[in-house]
Design a protein around this ligand. Structure first.
Ligand code: FE2
Ligand code: FE2
Length: 319
């Protein structure tokens, strides 16, 4: 909400040159949604506008109060989440918000095409509470995650393969062994472990079939698109028609994988360990949670960043 309180004014002219932008960013990050501050300067701070836009996205309002020639004053307000913005778009802009959505059990990757208002309505969450939690996430420190949105697509695709596909490949045999073992040893006392093992086997085999499709077909095509755009050449339509087709298929498979993990979460009451849990039981639950976290981040990078950008790219490159 717009406040009637006195708005703090930051006199940038008295700051050391190297301190100006960090001080402004810090002040901005400490704002709650709806709050504002004023910067006072002796020249047009327009470069700051672009830096703020690049690093914080469309999360602020920029209003000139004085426009020179000697005094320049700009009121910078932090916007409340936009009505139409989806949770997936919000996470794409600022990955720190992912933690908040996860905490509230909100799916920001497979089901990320909904607005905050919609998910609050569906989950019975107070919208104000969620918005407050999201704005707090803004001050939780700038992280390297923000860079994903700025990377070249070829680099992002390689990152996904080297970090996330590699993780999945390494985690599958370990988790397959652990889930099978605890089902065998504890299944009579905790029959849900048999179901957990089945759901894990499902998600493992789905991902083992899914990732090679990305690595051999989709990601190389995205790299070709980016290359073509750089070299200003046009490409003929690929055998699969448009990139929308494999993307639809990948997104459907992501959703299936997400459903399997959601089933495991429900069966284990959010990974609550029983009193008689042994070391393997404990490690299995920890590792399954790690697997889920990694997969959510992995799918987020694909569904919310890589795929939408590749779709845009294709429009300008195909004959
Ligand atoms: Fe992937
Ligand atoms: Fe994928």
């Amino acid at each position: 909400m717009e406040t009637t309180q006195i708005i703090e004014k930051l006199d940038v002219t008295i700051l050391e040159p190297g301190m100006k932008h960090p001080a402004i960013f810090k002040r901005f990050d400490n704002l709650e949604a709806g709050e504002a501050f004023i910067i006072h300067n002796d020249h047009d701070p327009k470069p700051l506008y672009y830096q703020l836009l690049g690093e914080r996205g469309n999360t602020f309002k920029w209003e000139y109060l004085e426009e020179g020639p000697d005094v320049w004053e700009v009121k910078i307000s932090k916007l409340t989440p936009q009505e139409g913005e989806t949770v997936g778009e919000m996470v794409a802009k600022d990955y720190r918000k992912a933690q908040v959505f996860r905490k509230y059990g909100i799916d920001f990757c497979c089901g990320g095409k909904k607005t905050v208002k919609q998910v609050c309505h569906e989950k019975g969450i107070k919208q104000e509470e969620l918005e407050q939690a999201l704005s707090t996430a803004d001050v939780a420190g700038k992280s390297r995650e923000e860079a994903f949105d700025k990377w070249e697509l070829a680099f992002l695709a390689d990152y996904i393969v080297n970090v996330h596909h590699k993780y999945v490949q390494e985690a599958i045999p370990v988790l397959y062994e652990f889930t099978t073992k605890i089902a065998r040893v504890h299944g009579s006392q905790h029959p849900e472990l048999l179901e957990v093992a089945k759901h894990f086997a499902n998600v493992a085999s789905e991902l083992e079939a899914h990732m090679p499709k990305e690595e051999r077909v989709l990601f190389p095509y995205i790299k070709r698109l980016e290359e073509a755009q750089k070299n200003n050449v046009k490409l003929d339509s690929p055998a699969f028609g448009s990139i929308q087709n494999p993307i639809n298929m990948m997104e459907m498979e992501h959703e299936q994988a997400g459903n399997e993990l959601e089933a495991i979460r429900a069966l284990t009451a959010n990974y609550t360990l029983p009193a008689d849990a042994c070391a393997t039981y404990t490690v299995t639950f920890k590792k399954l949670q790690e697997f889920e976290e990694d997969l959510f981040r992995h799918i987020h990078l694909e569904n919310n960043i890589l795929f939408p950008k590749a779709l845009e790219l294709e429009k300008g490159v195909l004959n």
